[in-house]
Ligand binder design. Structure first.
Ligand SMILES: *Cc1c(COP(=O)(O)O)cnc(C)c1O
Length: 368
């Protein structure tokens, strides 16, 4: 019987909730990892202890996402915004980069790629305020583009691609680059459609500071000469992510999360839970008499990030402070969108979403 008090449910978009079991393990191992006499933060990244932590994390990640052997997995620094520059420096060869704009993050990617290459929005949902997904058949892909960039889950706008585009079927030979920062490990990835995928860790994996890159081997070795060595994927890959000191503690926590995911049933189980959580929340948002609503087209709705609005904006502050008192944290929407946002990542249990819906019902009753 545990006497530990329940922690509040944390709906932050990122840095975000982590599995409590992972935090407890990290706390227990803080001063002495596995009898080594050292905490993980204090270890050489080239020593046998950390080498084992890194190798296990990489293998577990490869297993969880069924990453094929011709993809290298890199643990880098720089975050998603860093990758917005690192990808074009490595893949564009200074040529054309096609970007599909589906929300705030892909817009940032477009802008940054434009500093290194001829970047163009080949499709955009800007006209409807990023609440839909432009059908791949309508994308104005350019012949000879170095790559096509998509963000498969728009964290701010709450728009998610149900499946990755099949560029070959659209007549393109360009590799697909996917920013999957905010829904990685919540669903499977069809690697046959991907050239490179990246994800900052702080949404669904671990602490800020680690960036995961999955890159097909044939795309290595074409970096622009201005690319810093520490950001040249070939250099990073050739050195097993140890060209420079990697974010060791973040890799350790990510590794604990990967072990936790395996113990829970892996990505298939996370997807099953994500569907159940999203169904519960959207079900309520669509059937509450108009007090709350989500504006994203049904087929484009994210299972991870759910923006929603109160019909009366003047109640926002009362909603948020009442939520906090009820043990429901960080529900304020992104400043560019307003309203509320509930991020319901892998570490958020169904009970947390049920507690949110219960609170929303109660609040609507009191203020309706
Ligand atoms: C959070 C996020 C990023 C940016 O991450 P930083 O670590 O702040 O650079 C990029 N893309 C997506 C989809 C994100 O959710």
């Amino acid at each position: 019987m545990s006497t530990t008090p329940l922690r509040p449910y944390n709906f932050s978009a990122g840095p975000a909730v982590l599995p409590e079991a992972v935090l407890r393990t990290a706390a227990a191992e803080m001063l002495d990892w596995h009898g080594s006499g050292m905490g993980v933060m204090e270890m050489s990244h080239r020593g046998k202890e950390f080498t084992a932590i890194h190798a296990a994390a990489e293998q577990d990640l490869r297993d969880l996402l069924a990453v094929p052997a011709n993809f290298r997995i890199l643990f880098m620094q720089g975050g998603g915004l860093g990758e917005n520059a690192i990808v074009p420096m490595n893949l564009s060869r200074g040529g054309m980069v096609d970007v599909v704009v589906t929300g705030s993050w892909s817009k940032k990617s477009l802008k940054e790629a434009g500093r290194y290459a001829d970047a163009l929005a080949v499709a955009s949902n800007e006209a409807d305020h990023h609440t839909s997904l432009p059908a791949p058949a309508t994308w104005a892909l350019r012949d000879g583009a170095a790559y096509v960039h998509v963000c498969s889950n728009e964290t701010i706008d709450g728009v998610e691609m149900g499946e990755l585009p099949d560029l070959a079927a659209l007549g393109s030979r360009a590799p697909l680059v996917v920013d999957c920062s905010s829904h990685i490990l919540s669903r499977t990835i069809d690697w046959s459609r991907v050239g490179l995928a990246f994800a900052g860790a702080q949404k669904n994996i671990g602490p800020a500071g680690v960036t995961l890159v999955f890159v097909r081997e044939d795309l290595l070795g074409h970096a622009l000469s201005i690319c810093p060595s520490a950001f040249d994927y070939k250099t990073v890959a050739d050195n097993g992510s140890m060209f420079n000191t990697p974010p060791t503690y973040g890799i350790y926590i990510a590794g604990l999360v990967f072990q936790w995911l395996k113990s829970q049933g892996g990505v298939a189980e996370m997807e099953r839970r994500a569907i159940a959580k999203a169904d519960l929340l959207y079900g309520y948002l669509d059937n509450n008499g108009g007090f709350y609503r989500n504006r994203v087209a049904t087929q484009a709705r994210s299972r991870m990030n759910v923006p929603f609005f109160l019909a009366d904006d003047a109640l926002n502050d009362a909603f948020l402070s009442g939520a906090k008192d009820a043990g429901l944290l960080q529900l304020k929407g992104h400043k560019s969108v307003g309203g509320m946002r509930a991020s319901i990542y892998n570490a958020m249990p169904l009970e947390g979403v049920q507690a949110l819906v219960n609170y929303m019902q109660d609040f609507a009753r009191r203020h309706g």
